[in-house]
Write a new protein. Structure first.
Length: 249
């Protein structure tokens, strides 16, 4: 239970779903943890669930100028950062003809632009060595209907994992990616579907998963722990697909 003992970690979007579970796992493995989130309700809930030792930061993942403020908070609280898990993101699924510029910019802002500039702001704060883990998606690999923009944002993030793995290696920063398939999180409740619509979507997705079920957040979080730990010291530029075999069918 000490795989991350002494490490200082930041998890964006760490107040719900995969991010929250990863924060729990990091704490249990001995890390000092900070999480970001935007909703006051989930920020308060995270404080209660994670305890007073976890730093909870209110931040908008799409706000480019706000990323420097997050970096400043981390420097002030931790001095340096050993692990960054870029997890904050949104899922906006629409048919091609339903997209507008506002929705397009929002998806790219939250899922790619904001994270890019957060990494940039944190460069002087990263310890040497450090681990950077990007949460991408199997949608970067499959042609799921209505996922054009979401998949593009995750493909951009996956490409960033590959390019930064080479660019930042000399700084002692390892970059890797996790690509989850369908995971049972509150995310699906935010898609604006009715209960019957969510059930129909879940049934359709389950039929595309070799394991025959949705994944659990802890199954992704354990993968992030591996990338964050010294066990993966020789793992750079890798992608771990955690999808129950969805991409094999």
């Amino acid at each position: 239970m000490d795989r991350l003992k002494g490490k200082r970690a930041l998890i964006t979007g760490g107040t719900t779903g995969i991010g929250l579970e990863t924060a729990r796992q990091f704490v249990s493995e001995g890390a000092r943890v900070a999480v970001t989130g935007k909703s006051p309700a989930t920020l308060d809930a995270a404080r209660k669930q994670l305890g007073d030792d976890v730093l909870v930061i209110s931040a908008d993942a799409s706000d480019v100028t706000g990323q420097q403020a997050v970096a400043d908070r981390i420097r002030e609280a931790f001095g340096h950062l050993d692990v960054l898990f870029v997890n904050a993101g949104i899922v906006d699924m629409r048919p091609l003809e339903m997209w507008d510029e506002t929705g397009f910019d929002r998806s790219f802002g939250v899922n790619f632009k904001g994270p890019f500039f957060l990494i940039q702001a944190l460069l002087p704060v990263f310890a040497k060595p450090a681990s950077l883990v990007l949460n991408t998606s199997v949608n970067a690999h499959i042609g799921m209907p209505n996922s054009s923009i979401y998949a593009a944002t995750k493909a951009a993030l996956l490409s960033l994992a590959r390019t930064l793995s080479g660019e930042l290696a000399s700084r002692g920063i390892r970059v890797n990616a996790v690509s989850p398939g369908p995971i049972a999180t509150p995310l699906y409740e935010k898609l604006g579907l009715s209960e019957s619509g969510r059930k129909a979507m879940a049934a359709s997705l389950t039929g595309q998963i070799a394991a025959g079920r949705f994944g659990n957040p802890v199954e992704v979080a354990k993968s992030v722990v591996y990338f964050a730990s010294d066990e993966s010291a020789f793992t750079i530029g890798s992608e771990l697909i955690v999808d129950g075999g969805m991409t094999t069918l």
